[in-house]
Design a protein. Sequence first.
Lengths: 106, 233
Amino acid sequence: MTSSLLYALAGTLLCGIGLFGMLWLSHLLRKLLAFNIMGSGVFLVLVGLPQNQGGPDPVPQALVLTGIVVAIAATALAVVLIRRYYHLSGLTTLDEEPAFREGGPE
Amino acid sequence: MIRVVRLLILAVACLALTAALAASIWAIAGNPSPVNLPQLLSENLDRSGVEHPVTAVLLNFRSYDTLLEIGVLVIAGIAGISMAKTASLEDPELRTSDALLYALQRWFIPLMLVLAGYLLWAGADRPGGAFQAGAVLAATGVLMRLGGVPMEFLRPGLLLRLGLALGFMVFLLVAVASAIGGDAFLAYPPGMAKILIVVIESVLTLSIAMVLLALFVSAPVNDAEDPEEGSPS
């Protein structure tokens, strides 16, 4: 059990937290944040797991660097889309009826 | 009651997924990998044209990923701009009237531009490169936008289109040129790797900064008759 392996396991935990947030929260911005947490977990696994076996590995690090920039651009695009959706419908969730509190429509 | 059951099911499912992921990572960590990528990389680093392994991977050994990545960025930027209301691009209400920001801006903007240039150049032999430089450049643009510095090039027009697409175009041109020359797609001609990487990184920096800045600028959609952000519609 090295510290790099701990990073990878923390990454899986972040993935789980992000997935739960994605499925449970209904506000679109919260969903987006949860999605980003999931992505950070994947990056942590990608960097931490190879580091466990023989030092830092530049190949996954380069892939994660690419991934971070794509994640920023995708998040910004998602915010633009959410704002457009709010502008057009006045809703912040994907539910049919307006729900101002988080949680399902029940 | 239904909500509690749903919450429980969701929590159990997410916990199960986390446990499965952790178990597979534990199993992978136990086995040594069959190929030693870092060693393979350090043996071939001389042929890449740069001294820093991450830059070598990004712009030489796995440049296909970087080409696709800048393609994705350009598509995201175009989609973001097409969603926005272009009238709000020069909205004076978006500017802050903070005196401290105005005062600091004069110091920060030149410094940040120099820092972006340094990061771009440093990518050859130490941590740095097009992505970091592009992010700093985009942050400079955000600061300038908040401070109300006029940026005519962000208006929809030839300059904006050119700035968005320049990185992708130059990268693709190099890739196709080497393919037409009889070599593999994206294989740099020997001896020209360094200069080509520097050129590609410079235009990539510009395009990444333009995409991020365009997405930031295109985010506000405000209209006088629209409800406020916080108020229920």
